[in-house]
Design a protein. Structure first.
Length: 251
């Protein structure tokens, strides 16, 4: 059996692994299993929390490391947390106040739960440990104003998972840092990795990986920074990547 050029396949979930119906297509699942059987480590690399991601890993039969909440958590395997980076509570408080001031929908991932204005209680701020904060607004001006305020605060890693939101992690924490940790755990070099995604929270990983791949449905900036643009999430773009770059198959 020939030596694999790529030994780690890091996959974003929403807009990448999952179709718009939030499912893994049978064709994509088939090729992920083929890659795993060939010795490739398939790593879910998502902005979702562990609880929102794990069922899809189980569906694919993965026992590999996972990257959740945009890199704030790295799992050695689906049962064992390896590293967690927390947001400063003072920064979370300031972001919550910005959301109220700008009348923008917000969500906040604690270690255990997901909160938004429907279930928020001010007591939560000190009671919980926080790993990610997010804003959503379809008002471009309001979103820009929030972005400016966040950049003034400092200490934050600011990305998005759609053109209408902002996702915030501790500064220096992103999917690329997560992939580097996974590589260390597995004894793999970054040049041996493929990172696939569609949004700004995938950008650092796409730039850092040996092969950075944007989905056909990706945001324009992501496509511009990718080494390759594959088909969309509804057209089995991941299966295309596996065939072309892992198995050297001609389409």
């Amino acid at each position: 059996m020939k030596q694999l050029k790529y030994r780690l396949l890091a996959l974003d979930m929403d807009g990448t692994l999952l179709t718009d119906n939030h499912q893994i297509s049978p064709e994509t699942a088939k090729w992920i299993r083929k890659a795993s059987e060939a010795g490739v480590h398939v790593c879910l690399s998502t902005g979702r929390s562990y609880d929102e991601a794990i069922d899809f890993g189980v569906e694919l039969g993965l026992q590999t490391p996972m990257i959740t909440v945009n890199g704030s958590e790295v799992w050695r395997n689906p049962q064992e947390l390896y590293r967690r980076e927390l947001l400063d509570k003072e920064l979370v408080s300031r972001m919550y106040n910005i959301a109220r001031e700008k009348n923008a929908w917000f969500w906040a991932h604690s270690v255990e739960d997901l909160y938004n204005e429907k279930n928020w209680d001010d007591k939560l701020l000190d009671e919980k440990e926080w790993v990610k904060f997010g804003f959503h607004t379809e008002d471009d001006q309001v979103r820009h104003e929030i972005l400016m305020l966040l950049q003034e605060m400092g200490g934050l890693e600011i990305t998005n998972s759609s053109p209408y939101n902002l996702e915030i992690n501790p500064q220096g924490v992103n999917k690329a840092t997560g992939i580097r940790i996974v590589c260390d755990l597995l004894g793999i070099r970054m040049e041996e990795t493929i990172a696939v995604g569609d949004s700004l929270n995938d950008m650092a990983a796409i730039q850092a990986a040996g092969l950075g791949v944007a989905m056909g449905n990706a945001q324009i900036a992501v496509k511009e920074n990718a080494d390759y643009v594959t088909s969309s999430n509804n057209e089995d773009g991941i299966a295309e990547v596996i065939r072309k770059f892992i198995f050297d198959m001609k389409e």
